[in-house]
Design a protein around this ligand. Structure first.
Ligand code: BGC
Length: 737
């Protein structure tokens, strides 16, 4: 074996990445067992250890020592082909068993070419956008020596205060599942040993997005029914798409921390879903079992996390420190250790690490290619959502003589990238101001003023902004959140526009000029005041490296916006958590009846619902038809509808199918998305869109944890958002009737 590995290493060095290909699984298992038999306890515990590198990508001397001792299974943040190869060499050529290190990094929405944040890509309602982002990111990251990304983040988020809503696909399990699949496929391809692919990691398992009050890392309390029906489906979709790893979350779930939870880690993930990859803890989450008040000391933390099913420990070192004593005292069986090592080695073999441990340093030169930039620009355009466009303010003409661009985010490049920028750099990004300047006619004079800061004051700035606006034909106002206002540890209790931005918008609107607001932000915002003040609102999210050109594409009509909201925009933060797929209650909101479920001071409805988004053209849905009025529980129903573009521009509509199960053993949501299709139509063009509903769409997890379709009446809605639409109903009949 030893000789074989060395031979493979030499071959790999000679032909850096020509020798790859998925190993047959029997071979993988045989090699895992053979290696495992030769390992000492210290080497086994070493495979379970992941340590952090320096933020800018360097390894530390300690990593080299541990690598040579065969006691470093993985590192995170160490990147750059040369650096990776140096450290890898210590493990592969300097250690007794030559086991390669797995290099992990957070590649969330791009590596060097930054794509729109995942929430934005969810707004495209086009999984191909997310898949392409992940494929480009995998290509660039692997060129820099990264073999494993801590993505996709597939947490359902129902509360916009939670800053990490930016990193996921929003509030809906069906959309979230489609995007989870797409991202796993994009990162891993069919075979993650390919030189341009990376191993993916579904995170944060489980229900981390349910953080109470939207405060990051907070406790979660979720019923098993809601876990199975809402929070689990995107994780399951990731497993079905072949995701190689999972990350255990930082939260506790009903008092049991997710990084020591046998129900989620073993019962559901391994036993029910058959996942055979490995689970890595989140950053120090094993150590944090002590702060949770779940264990008294590090030894107990190691014992509980490892025996619950967390195989690899990120950053804290309790497995390595306490493992030997725990085994000796028989407080932890070595079988548990062997199983964790087996899972990690299995993934390392599948990743082709033994055949191809090194990165090809020549490949790293090709990051940020024009092809990747084009893909990022297109993704950003497809992700934008037109929230409001009164009087057809947008699109703007490209040849106005004077155009004012105002706002604290117009020139800001970092804000376009958002949280988790991989190795992306603000200086690579094109600002919105520059994007606009490049798009308008050479005769157009573009004037710029910041107006105010994102947060804090700036009354002089407002005066100056008013002054340039008065000289202009139209105003583009770029507002929103700074790059650090969403993402990890960035929850907000007030999700309105921060600082004096709303005041700036109001003062400018009072001038009566055509004014369009471009929003750059990482979460749904409460925009009631802004929507009242302005005629046009374009949600650009954090659109990435090519944000500027992509915004200009939409503002001037080169791209007709077709995105839809993947998360509800509330009227007021006090409505949070607010999501479309809520239960009915016994007293559904009725504004005319006091004793119904509502507020005294704000309507129950959102400002902009899930699935909502406008276009520069108009679409009409008609001719909803069902293949039957009733189907058996195991039957299938075909649904078709016609969508027509009856405006004057080509554009995209996302046709959405929702169901409601009217009576079930567990009350079901008032609506659930069960199908969507984004279609592009020329002016005057019509198309019939078809959906199919079967047990997978009509069923749900009942209280006993089993998935089932229950007979009874269902409503069905087909529309352009989660509100309104064409309606029909059908019956699901008991088997055999
Ligand atoms: C985050 C994870 C991330 C990890 C490694 C943690 O703080 O919660 O999402 O993958 O750090 O950077």
């Amino acid at each position: 074996m030893h000789g074989f590995i060395l031979a493979a290493v030499c071959l790999t060095l000679a032909t850096p990445w020509s020798a790859w290909g998925a190993l047959p699984s029997a071979d993988v298992e045989r090699r895992v067992e053979a290696l495992l038999r030769r390992m000492t306890v210290a080497e086994k515990l070493g495979q379970l250890q992941q340590l952090d590198g320096e933020a800018e990508g360097a390894a530390r001397p300690e990593h080299f020592d541990l690598a040579r001792q065969g006691r470093l299974g993985s590192v995170l943040n160490v990147r750059g082909a040369r650096r990776v190869n140096e450290l890898q060499k210590a493990a592969v050529e300097g250690s007794r068993l030559n086991i390669p290190i797995l290099f992990g990094f957070d590649v969330i929405h791009g590596y060097r070419t930054v794509f729109p944040i995942p929430l934005a890509e969810a707004a495209s309602f086009d999984p191909a956008v997310a898949q392409r982002d992940a494929a480009v990111a995998a290509d660039e990251a692997s060129a820099a020596g990264v073999r494993w990304t801590f993505a996709p983040m597939v947490d359902i988020a129902r509360d916009a205060r939670w800053g990490r809503i930016a990193e996921g696909s929003g509030e809906d399990p069906y959309l979230g599942s489609a995007l989870a699949r797409a991202r796993v496929q994009g990162f891993q391809g069919l075979d993650y040993s390919a030189p341009d692919k990376v191993l993916a990691c579904a995170k944060h398992w489980a229900a981390y997005g349910a953080a109470e009050a939207g405060r990051d890392y907070n406790t979660t309390e979720v019923s098993e029914s809601t876990l199975r029906n809402v929070y689990f489906p995107p994780f399951r979709a990731a497993v079905q798409a072949g995701v190689g790893t999972f990350m255990s979350a930082l939260n506790d779930l009903g008092g049991v921390p997710s990084s020591a939870n046998p129900f989620t880690l073993t019962q559901v993930l391994r036993k029910e879903w058959g996942f055979d990859g490995f689970v890595v803890s989140d950053y120090t989450s094993v150590q944090e079992l002590i702060a949770h008040g779940f264990v008294a000391d590090g030894s107990e933390a190691a014992r509980k996390a490892l025996s619950a099913g967390v195989d690899m420990e990120m950053v804290s070192r309790l497995y390595g420190e306490h493992g030997p004593a725990l085994f000796k005292a028989k407080r932890l069986s070595e079988k548990v250790l062997d199983e964790a090592v087996r899972r990690i080695l299995r993934v390392k073999f599948r990743a082709g690490l033994f055949e191809r441990p090194y990165a090809d340093e020549a490949r790293e030169k090709f990051l940020l290619s024009s092809e990747n930039l084009r893909a990022a620009r297109e993704a950003a355009g497809r992700s934008m959502v037109l929230l409001r466009n009164k009087d057809g303010v947008l699109p703007l003409a490209k040849d106005l003589d004077v155009l004012a661009v105002i706002g604290p985010l117009a020139e800001d490049k970092a804000a376009l990238l958002g949280a988790w920028t991989g190795d992306g750099r603000a200086q690579d990004a094109v600002s919105i101001l520059d994007g606009i300047r490049a798009a308008v006619s050479p005769k157009t004079q573009v004037m710029f003023a910041r107006g105010c800061e994102v947060q804090g004051g700036g009354s002089e700035g407002i005066a100056q902004a008013l002054e340039i606006a008065r000289k202009s034909r139209a105003v583009i106002l770029v507002l929103g959140e700074g790059p650090d206002m969403s993402g990890e540890a960035s929850s907000r209790s007030d999700i309105g526009l921060p600082g004096r931005q709303l005041e700036l918008a109001r003062r400018l609107a009072a001038l009566g000029l055509p004014t369009a607001v471009v929003l750059v932000n990482g979460r749904p915002l409460a925009l009631t005041g802004l929507a009242e003040a302005t005629l046009a609102l374009l949600e650009a999210w954090q659109p990435g490296t090519q944000g500027g050109p992509a915004v200009a594409d939409v503002l001037f009509g080169g791209v007709n916006p077709g995105g839809k909201l993947p998360a509800t925009f509330p009227r007021s933060v006090g409505q949070e958590p607010l999501y479309y797929n809520h239960k009915s209650t016994g007293r559904p909101t009725d504004e005319t009846n006091k004793y119904t479920s509502k507020y005294l001071d704000v309507p129950s409805s959102p400002l902009y619902p899930f699935g909502y988004g406008l276009s520069y053209t108009d679409f009409v849905l008609s001719d909803l038809s069902l293949s039957a009025g009733s189907i058996p529980v195991d039957g299938r129903l075909k649904v078709s509808v016609q969508v027509e573009n009856n405006g004057r521009r080509a554009g995209d509509e996302v046709v959405q199918l929702y169901i409601r199960d009217l009576a079930a053993s567990v009350a079901r949501p008032v609506r659930e998305l069960k199908g969507f299709q984004r279609v592009s139509l020329a002016p005057g063009e019509a198309r019939v869109v078809e959906f199919e509903l079967g047990p997978e769409e009509l069923g749900f997890y009942a209280l006993d944890g089993r998935f089932q379709v229950e007979p009874g009446r269902f409503h069905l809605f087909v529309g352009d958002s989660s509100v309104g639409g064409l309606e029909a109903s059908f019956m699901v009949l008991p088997r055999g009737s």
